[in-house]
Ligand binder design. Structure first.
Ligand SMILES: [Zn+2]
Length: 496
């Protein structure tokens, strides 16, 4: 399990650049070709809207924070909705390792005798903590105001939980029979806590969620600027999160008599080496495609650099320029950066201990242990310990050897469904495969060998990312478009 600390992880997506607005990617460079046509889709009807609204409200008003919340209550509430819609009890289960950390697994049965393996949808039920005094509204009340729904989880990701359940109910009511099973897993402890639901299900009930591939609405998504759709992202791979603690100890002594070795210097020397030594550039099929698509609409100089980065071997001058941009830098390579520093115990004493935290975002296909050894080689200092830190297990001399799965190929069926639907719902927006610099639960399904794709149809204004923050909100109409999107997306993927 690669838990990560609370923070803005989920919001830290490698995102399309600003100048993508109005650019025509994936088509020829002539802008006559890409001038956005009118949207062409039918919004959900009043009954479907009402159902999705009620589910969304119900979920937001069930507190699912790690501190005092309960995902079992939310999982059971959604299970009850599915049972009421006619799902057989054997196909709807609430299960988990802890009474407060339940997960829902529901199976929508496909055609009998289907040889196709199921599609799995994973979505987390838990939310980040929210303090009433920080918010304008009560974070655990579902409030509609000025065209937005407010409440903790409205962006991350109770909107998607509600959409998935509402679409399951709608498909069932319509008597739809997919060409294969569709499994929905609504799970605990993605944001925080010790009982990550996806990891637990994979370890304890792998058959329940075995699938050809997974869809995770926690990543990817539609970005708008000034209400205009700009890009539709599909997250096709993720970096792996790892914390390392560098530490040095020393007998210390009186600061009037400095010794040749000093715990603080050992740590600081190592950090200085780290600062000067970036990891090598290492592109994968997803980041190559991403850079190629971005290059189409980029200003001339930047486009030339992006193409230079795609050469084999890459052009070093282009890499150097692109690396100055934090966003490109994170796309090109594994990054490790100092994030915490501590040392010494008195102004007039030699330090007996010094330590720093180094946070790494590791490219898929590499393990945390591999990176720990890279750091060991780079620092080349026997006085310095480099240990792996995880929330679950504390400090250890070695890091996990599990690698984030190398990026799977972008499945043509998924890309085709997304591109076609996107052209109808958000004409003119570029469909872009991305690598997530943060991490989501897809890290678990991917390391279990299930290719996982972040796809989400709820449009968010680029400057209005409020996941994990105060006054989290989502546009009312964005939500219902997302409802229709997933309905059509699932039907397209499961109709031959
Ligand atoms: Zn999330």
């Amino acid at each position: 399990m690669h838990r990560r600390p609370l923070g803005l992880e989920a919001a830290l997506r490698i995102r399309a650049k600003k100048w993508l607005v109005g650019a025509c990617l994936g088509v020829t460079a002539s802008c006559a070709v890409c001038s956005a046509g009118a949207a062409d889709w039918r919004p959900p009807d009043a009954e479907q809207r009402q159902l999705a609204h009620d589910l969304f409200k119900q979920l937001v008003e069930i507190n699912t924070t790690d501190s005092v919340g309960n995902t079992t209550v939310a999982a059971q509430a959604m299970a009850d909705r599915l049972l009421a819609a006619g799902f057989p009890p054997a196909d709807v289960q609430v299960l988990g390792p802890d009474p407060r950390k339940g997960n829902l697994v529901a199976r929508y049965r496909g055609a009998r005798n289907s040889r196709l393996r199921p599609i799995l949808i994973i979505a987390h039920l838990d939310v980040v903590e929210a303090a009433r005094e920080d918010w304008t509204t009560d974070p655990f009340q579902f409030v509609e105001k000025n065209g937005f729904y407010y409440g903790r989880g409205t962006q991350d990701m109770k909107d998607s939980d509600a959409i998935a359940v509402a679409d399951f109910v709608r498909l069932k009511r319509e008597g739809y029979v997919p060409d294969r099973d569709i499994i929905l897993a609504l799970t605990a402890d993605e944001e925080a806590g010790r009982f990550n639901g996806v990891a637990w299900l994979l370890a304890n009930h792998p058959d329940l969620i075995a699938a050809e591939y997974a869809l995770n609405p926690d990543a990817g998504g539609v970005w708008t600027e000034g209400g205009k759709p700009v890009s539709v992202e599909i997250e096709a791979t993720e970096k792996l999160y790892a914390d390392f603690v560098l530490s040095a100890t020393n007998v210390g002594g009186h600061s009037s008599l400095p010794r040749p070795d000093n715990a603080i210097y050992h740590v600081v020397d190592a950090l200085a080496k780290l600062e000067r030594t970036p990891f090598p550039v290492d592109l994968n099929p997803v980041t190559r495609e991403y850079l190629a698509r971005i290059a189409v609409g980029a200003p001339a100089g930047e486009a030339a650099d992006l193409r230079g980065a795609l050469e084999v071997p890459p052009d070093p001058a282009a890499i150097a320029r692109l690396s100055e941009d934090a966003h490109y830098n994170a796309t090109l390579r594994t990054t490790c950066v100092a994030t915490l520093l501590r040392g010494g115990h008195a102004p007039n004493a030699l330090p007996q201990h010094a330590e720093a935290n180094v946070n790494c975002r590791i490219l898929p296909g590499h393990s945390a242990e591999e990176i720990r050894r890279d750091l060991e080689r780079l620092f080349d200092d026997p006085k310095l310990a480099i240990r792996y830190r995880s929330e679950a297990t504390g400090l250890s001399d070695q890091a996990p050897a599990t690698k984030a799965m190398a990026p799977p190929p972008l499945q043509p069926q998924i890309m085709a469904a997304l591109t076609q639907l996107s052209a109808r719902m958000w004409p003119g927006a570029a469909v872009i495969p991305i690598m997530e610099a943060g991490a989501s639960d897809s890290i678990h399904t991917m390391s279990a060998g299930i290719p996982s794709y972040g796809v989400n149809g709820v449009a968010i204004e680029r400057d209005d990312v409020r996941a994990h923050g105060k006054d989290e909100r989502v546009g009312v109409e964005s939500f219902y478009a997302g409802l229709q999107f997933y309905y059509e997306f699932l039907v397209t993927l499961t109709t031959r």
